[in-house]
Design a protein around this ligand. Structure first.
Ligand SMILES: Nc1ncnc2c1ncn2[C@@H]1O[C@H](COP(=O)(O)OP(=O)(O)OP(=O)(O)O)[C@@H](O)[C@H]1O
Length: 345
């Protein structure tokens, strides 16, 4: 399969004052296949934006070579580059007195003549790009009057209007609410599959990336880059390593980070279905660890069905208590913790 993008031994960073460069990440050898949808993940400040800007030819690599569709990036003229790769940066949302259609039309620049006048084909592509990101209704609105999320969509439509086979996006979901983030990821993934576009996007949305990317590029705080399919990287503990922190633990069964458990007591929990899941989460939130049946926990919580709802029975050395709601259960347990902390019996 041909490669849409290939980086060999690339170091990225910034020219320092004098001769020393500030290297952010080095020795990066990585590629993006045609039609592949890849998410770039990594903790704050590891160099995701720097890498995206470098791969897009907006800043020079400190060393190494970058090829786009088998051509050295350095050999491309600005117009050839604009036909080969489009970029969406979060810090470049459009301002000013333009309507959204005009901003998307700017994406046609590499395809129009020197007058910039739009042919029928250009107009069709602009319409298609607006529809593809669900922004058809925004076309005649002034960009200065759009929300950040709406302007983000317009910038993505502009990149689509540019009609490149390679699209690089830096945190395109940053301003979107959860349903819009899911929609956008799905749209981009479908575009890569249906239109054969190669898409690389950086994101902090780990869960969405795990669920939608064909492959992940994982940049760690030592500047190392690990790539692989999401499930293999998660299972092998690579994601946990890249985001290691004293505040969170990676839960390999849930495929998510959870807050580091500073458990004040252990309980056993008996129940099933969604109510069991949410009871478990509520207990974890107030610092109770749910142990297995074999654990030495002295508190046993049983969830029982009652009519359309549930009640919670708590058995311990102090006797048995019944709580009519999850809220009451938590109040009861917090009362116990408080008494224990004050040495009361
Ligand atoms: N113009 C610049 N000049 C010098 N250093 C910079 C410049 N821009 C960014 N940096 C530094 O480069 C490093 C990587 O920054 P970058 O923005 O690429 O990280 P990131 O992974 O995208 O972070 P985040 O997840 O917070 O967006 C940081 O230490 C940052 O301070």
């Amino acid at each position: 399969m041909s490669l849409a993008l290939e980086a060999v031994s690339v170091s990225v960073g910034y020219e320092g004052k004098g001769t020393t460069a500030r290297v952010v990440a080095s020795g990066l050898t990585v590629s993006l296949k045609a039609g592949e949808f890849v998410c770039l993940l990594g903790p704050n400040g590891v160099g995701k934006s720097t890498l995206i800007r470098t791969l897009a030819g907006m800043q020079k690599p400190i060393s190494g070579s970058i090829r786009i569709a088998d051509t050295d990036l350095k050999a491309l003229s600005p117009k050839q580059k604009a036909r080969a790769v489009s970029v969406v940066l979060t810090d470049s949302l459009p301002q000013g007195m333009f309507d959204a259609y005009s901003v998307v039309a700017l994406g046609r620049h590499p395809h129009t003549g020197w007058t910039g006048s739009l042919a029928e084909r250009d107009r069709q592509r602009i319409e298609w790009a607006l529809q593809a990101v669900g922004a058809g209704g925004l076309a005649r609105r002034q960009v200065s009057e759009l929300s950040d999320g709406e302007r983000q969509k317009i910038m993505i439509a502009r990149a689509l209007a540019q009609e490149t086979k390679l699209i690089l996006l830096d945190e395109p979901t940053a301003f979107l609410d959860l349903p819009r983030r899911v929609e956008l990821m799905r749209t981009l993934r479908d575009l890569s599959r249906n239109e054969g576009l190669s898409i690389l996007l950086s994101t902090h949305d780990l869960d969405l990336a795990l669920r939608s990317a064909d492959r992940l590029w994982l940049l760690d705080s030592e500047g190392g880059l690990t790539t692989g399919i999401p499930e293999e990287l998660a299972y092998a503990g690579e994601i946990a390593n890249a985001f290691r922190s004293s505040e969170v633990d990676w839960d390999n069964e849930q495929g998510a980070f959870k807050m580091h458990n500073r458990a004040c007591a252990s309980v056993t929990l008996h129940g099933s279905g969604a109510i069991e899941v949410w009871t478990r989460r509520a207990l974890a939130r107030i610092g109770y660890e749910v142990g297995s049946e074999k654990s030495e926990s002295k508190i046993r919580i049983q969830i029982e069905a009652r009519g359309n709802g549930f009640f919670w029975k708590v058995e311990s050395e102090e006797g048995s208590e019944r709580f009519e709601s999850l809220h009451e259960l938590l109040q009861g347990l917090l009362g116990r913790s408080h008494q224990a902390a004050n040495g009361e019996t």
